[in-house]
Design a protein around this ligand. Sequence first.
Ligand SMILES: [Zn+2]
Length: 457
Amino acid sequence: MGRVNGHHETVISGGRVWTRGELVETDVGIDGGRIARIGGRLDGAERVDAQDLWVLPGVIDGHTHMEAAAFGLHSRDTFESGTRAAAAGGVTTVLDFTAGSAESTLAEQVQARVAAARRAVVDIGLHAEIVGWRSDRAYEIAEAVRMGVTSFKFYTVYAEPSNPSQLADAFRVIAAAGGVAMVHAEDAGLIQTATEALPRGARLHMTSFPRSRPAASEAAAVSLVCQLAEIAGVRVHFAHLSTGAAVDVVRNAKARGLQVTAETCPHYLLLDERAYATADGRQFSVIPPLRSPEDQSTLWVALADGTIDSVATDHCPFVRAEKDHGDDVLSIPCGLPGVETLLPLLHSDGMVARGLSLDWLVRALCENPARIFGLAPQKGQVEVGADADLVLFDPRRAWTLSAGNLHMGADFSPYEGRRVRGAVIRTLVRGRTVWADGECCVEPGWGRFVPRSQALI
Ligand SMILES: [Zn+2]
C-alpha cells in the first residue's frame, strides 16, 4: 500500500494510536484515503500533530434518522447538518434508514435515500425499512443486498407493524440472502393494554408516558423475535434495548447459540424515567421510554460483559416547540439528538466514571457495529488497508455540555449542563479532515454511500 520510503499524502504524527488492541505511540501514514502504514517517524505532505491525543477509529453510529418523516413532522437534521454534527462528535459513518413503503421497491427506496444523502460530510450506509411484508416481494431482499444494503429493519409496533408470520417469512428470506434482521421490539398488545389502563386525565402528565410502554412489552417482543429468528436461522440485531428484562432474554439467546446482537443508546445509559417528573419532562419523549435506575445499571453490566454489543444513538432531533405542542403527552414527537455527543459521553460515563477500558469503548462504538453491519475490515479499526476514518481525541479535556455548543438540529440537549471528560479535536473520513478546531473542513458531499457486505458476527 504505502510507498516504501514513506512520503505519504498525510501523516498523523506523535499520537497514541489504538491499533490491534492497544495504545501505541506511533505515526499513521495515509494514501488514497486509506491507512498505508503504521510506524515511527513517517513523512507526509500534510502533517497532523496528534501530540497528547488518542488516535482512534472513527465512530460508527449504527442508528440515525436524518431528515426522516416521523410523528407527522420531520426530524430536524438534514443529512448535511446531521453528518456535520456527526463529524464534530468523531462519528465517521452513520447508518440511517430507507423510508419503507408498499408503493415502491426496496431498490427504489435505497436510491431515493442515497440521493437524499448526497450532501453528507461523513460516510453513510442504509438499513432497509420493511413495512407491509409480502412474500411475493422476497426478490427485493436479494436485490437490496446486491446494492450493499444488508440489514432490514422491522417494527413490531407503530402504524404498520410486522406480525409474527410476516417476520418468520421475511427472516427466512433474509437468512438465505446473508442479511441481518434489525428489530424494533415492543409488544403492541401490551402497550395498547397499558395505554387503555391509564386513568382519566393521566395523558396530561408526562409521568404517564413510560407507563404507557411498560418494560414487559420490550422483553415480550424480544423473546418472540428470538424464537422466530431461531426457527428461521437468521441473524437478528435488536435496536435500542432499554430494559433489564430484555437483556436477560438476549443473554439467554446468546447462550443458546443464536446469532443475536443488541444495541442500546446513550439516553438509556445516562438518563432515567425520573426525568419525566421534571419541568422539562416533555423533552425526554423517546421510544422506548427512559427506564428505571435498576434497568440502567443492568444495561451497563450487559455492555461491560458483551451481552449488549454496541451503542448507537437513534439520533432523531426535534425542537422544544414541537415537544411542547399539545396537551396529550402520548402525542408528543418522540426522539432525542445524540450523534454528536455519543463518543464524549460514553468516554466520560463509561471509562472515566465507571472504569471501563478503552478496548471496551472501541468495541462498542467502532469494532462491533462494523462487524455486525458488514463494514469490517474496511471500517471500525486502525489497521493498514482500512479506510483512514480517524478521530483525534483528547481524553483529558473537560467541558460543559450545552445545546449552545453543539451542532445538532435540536434547540435543547437532554444532557444540558453535564460536565464531560474527553473532547474530539479532529475527525478524518477517508484521510480527509472533515472537522477540526470547531469547524467543518469539507464541502457538502464528501460523505459517500458505503455498500456493505455480510456480517462477520
Ligand atoms: Zn430509530
